[in-house]
Design a protein around this ligand. Structure first.
Ligand code: ZN
Length: 286
């Protein structure tokens, strides 16, 4: 299943994708409104009825006629791992970390999958990071790696947009990773029935059509299940929490000279079996 948040003529809605269209879920389950986290919490009730609904319903709107929104607009938390692909570690001159390196992105950095991303007035060193994003499906703590698949609701494509001078001039990366609009995710959540193995997905980033990153999630150093097991030792994970799982080599920072994003640049992140998100870079209006 591909689950979307979108607007058409009315307010935000939740939907399930069928072919090139979207079936509105609120008509059938009014309690979910436009709230993906509510849908995730109700999922055990909804999941069994959904295939029949999809089979028997015509789409309410064409995907080309709606504006897609971030599938989760306000996750309880956004967690992101650093230095998790060998080629990215090499290009940044670092050593493979013995422990998982975690930082957070502010929840206000969430952005819709095709909306513009801000080039902040405070920096000229804005960079892209194509990443597989995991959305958590249940409240959980102390999840063994073997059981991690049970708590995954689904997967998105994401761009861990990074303001490199703000990120690297202090030991904590949080501010450089938390500018408004710097966590675009989408275009939808793909449930695990369509992604049997999250560690076999090609992942790419293109800037103005030029391929900058091209890897596969099999190259993750700490895989998705390792990440959930590790995080859940420390904190309760909750429905809708978003986990950015790391970026491969090819970021603008590592080029000589570095190639920072400019106004008008189109940044596209593509992941097999999920799809693509794309943002035009736009100078922040003050
Ligand atoms: Zn990242």
């Amino acid at each position: 299943m591909k689950l979307v948040r979108y607007t058409d003529k009315g307010g935000p809605s939740l939907g399930v994708v069928k072919n090139d269209g979207v079936i509105e879920l609120g008509k059938h389950w009014p309690a979910v409104r436009d709230d993906m986290i509510a849908l995730i919490k109700m999922w055990p009730d909804i999941a069994s009825a959904l295939p029949m609904l999809v089979a028997n319903s015509a789409p309410d709107a064409a995907l080309t006629d709606v504006r897609l929104l971030a599938p989760v607009d306000r996750p309880g938390k956004i967690l992101a791992i650093g230095l998790n692909y060998a080629d990215h570690i090499r290009e940044t001159g670092q050593q493979t970390p013995p422990h998982q390196i975690w930082f957070t992105k502010a929840v206000t950095s969430i952005n819709a999958p095709f909306d513009p991303v801000q080039l902040p007035a405070a920096s000229e060193q804005v960079d892209y990071e194509a990443e597989l994003v995991v959305i958590i499906g249940q409240r959980c703590k102390h999840i063994a790696k073997e059981r991690a698949p049970e708590v995954i609701f689904g997967y998105c494509a994401g761009n861990d947009v990074s303001v490199r001078d703000w990120q690297l001039r202090t030991s904590q990366w949080v501010l450089g990773k938390s500018f408004d609009t710097h966590a675009p995710i989408g275009p939808w959540i793909v449930t695990p029935d369509e992604i049997v193995d999250p560690h076999a997905l090609n992942i790419r980033c293109l800037v103005n059509g030029e391929q900058r990153q091209n890897s596969n999630t099999r190259h993750l150093i700490f895989n998705v299940f390792d990440q959930i097991a590790h995080l859940s030792n420390a904190m309760t994970l909750e429905p809708g929490d978003a986990i950015f799982t790391g970026t491969p080599g090819g970021v603008g920072l590592a080029m000589n000279p570095p190639r920072w994003l400019k106004a008008g640049d189109k940044v596209r992140v593509e992941i097999d079996r999920i799809g693509a998100i794309e943002a035009v870079m736009r100078a922040e209006a003050l």
